[in-house]
Write a protein that binds this ligand. Structure first.
Ligand code: MC0
Ligand code: CO
Length: 134
């Protein structure tokens, strides 16, 4: 059911410093910061030949990554995003298998303008999973 790895997200305590590190020390192609108010984050995408890295920084008081950064003050890998062809079919299949879909259970539009959903990390070996319909 899942397809390509769309991105690996890293929560960071300093978005400018992390972007600059990927640009200069790692020599990557780094995009501009994008506010995602529906998701409570500001994101920077880094284009790699085979996938993307999504740097995440909290936006607003109720950001879903506040707790993660409190527990991991120097940052850390926050989620992986897998592509699916049909996010509703994927969601229903996962719910039937017992996985918890986060939020309302309805897809939101993600940073690429496509529908996304999140699955509880405790149901996936401690790894928060994002699904994106491509
Ligand atoms: C823009 C978009 C896009 O790409 O298009 C994005 O990515 S938006 C990316 C940001 N949006 C999201 O993350 C939306 C989905 N996330 C959420 O709903 C939330 O962040 C939760 C995953 C439910 C966690 O919420 P919160 O931190 O308030 O919960 P909590 O502190 O009670 O945590 C419950 C347990 O899960 C663990 N936990 C929390 N976040 C985790 C993570 N990212 N990876 C692995 N484990 C994690 C905690 O350590 C804790 O474990 P212990 O109990 O063992 O200590
Ligand atoms: Co993401």
């Amino acid at each position: 059911m899942i397809g390509r790895l769309n991105h690996v997200a890293i929560a960071v305590p300093d978005l400018d410093a992390a972007s600059e590190q990927y640009r200069t020390a790692l020599g990557a192609t780094v995009g501009a910061p994008q506010d995602e108010p529906d998701h409570g984050v500001t994101v920077v995408f880094i284009e790699l030949p085979n996938t993307k890295i999504e740097l995440l920084y909290p936006l607003g008081e109720n950001s879903p990554i506040n707790g993660f950064l409190e527990k991991n003050p120097s940052g850390g890998i926050h989620h992986v995003c897998y592509e699916v062809d049909d996010i509703i079919a994927a969601r229903d299949h996962l719910k039937a298998s017992g996985a918890r879909v986060l939020g309302t259970g309805e897809p939101k539009i993600g940073a690429h303008g496509k529908p996304v959903l999140f699955l509880h990390p405790k149901d996936f070996n401690g790894c928060l999973v994002e699904l994106e319909q491509v």
